[in-house]
Design a protein. Structure first.
Length: 258
């Protein structure tokens, strides 16, 4: 079998697409999506303010998803992911620029000041409007945060079913999180199902080691509780795919040397 595989390679005959090939194509697609997201963002940001609102973000996601409206779960993930990246980059509220500041008003006279003292400090309508304005301020997203999240969002859109699949299978207590052992089992399940890497016509299995799980948790467990939630599962799966490809390449080198 190995001799036939090598002979076909020399003749230029292509065998089945391996997991490495699929992931290389996915990586290229993610890079293209980030470029596409930049173009869409700039088109939506007609005021050139460097931010877009939540409605525009949802429009961007629809266009990024080949004009197919994402599910509510995907939209929620995208909003949370962009917000998380934005919060990490800046501690202040993001407010869309809305022109020059209003002119300075003259100080009130003594009589006007007395009338003001009789009035309530904040009218109920004004208080509601202020709360609405503060809420609106939180719904703007910067260009850098959106583009940084673009690859993870696209990965989620492509693998949302995988996220639900592994949580249904391995989140035994229904906590909404995978502990260390559950994560290892889930990643191994995905690897055994989708890996299909070949070396000289022979399928190569890549085990998920304890060291792999430790590294993935260190990179993806934002809360530091030693578990992975649904949002964190997306980058965790992406990082495992990258690790598995590296393991496969190392094994291939060893086999070549031998």
């Amino acid at each position: 079998m190995a001799a036939a595989y090598i002979a076909n390679k020399k003749k230029g005959v292509q065998g089945p697409i391996t997991g490495v090939d699929r992931r290389k194509r996915l990586a290229k697609r993610l890079q293209d999506d980030q470029i596409k997201a930049a173009r869409i963002f700039d088109a939506l940001d007609d005021s050139v303010s460097g931010v877009i609102d939540e409605k525009q973000l949802k429009s961007l996601l629809t266009k990024l998803n080949d004009n197919k409206k994402p599910s509510e779960e995907a939209l929620s993930f995208a909003v949370e992911e962009v917000g998380r990246l934005q919060k990490g980059a800046s501690s202040g509220l993001i407010r869309k620029p809305d022109g020059p500041p209003p002119p300075i008003q003259p100080l009130p006279s003594a009589d006007e000041a007395k009338e003001d003292d009789k009035a309530p400090l904040i009218e109920p309508e004004a208080e509601t409007a202020a709360a609405t304005e503060q809420k609106t301020e939180l719904q703007y997203y910067t260009r850098s945060a959106v583009l940084s999240a673009a690859t993870r969002i696209r990965y989620y859109l492509s693998h949302a079913n995988d996220v639900e699949d592994i949580f249904n299978k391995f989140d035994k207590n229904g906590s909404g999180c995978l502990d260390r052992q559950e994560l290892q089992n889930a990643l191994q399940y995905l690897e055994d199902r989708d890996g299909k890497r070949e070396q000289y016509g022979i399928l190569v299995q890549i085990p998920v080691s304890d060291e792999d799980v430790t590294w993935i948790l260190a990179q993806c467990d934002v809360s530091g509780e030693g578990t992975i939630n649904r949002a964190e599962a997306v980058p965790a799966m992406a990082m495992w795919h990258s690790l598995a490809d590296e393991h496969f390449q190392q094994q291939s080198k060893c086999c070549t040397v031998q």
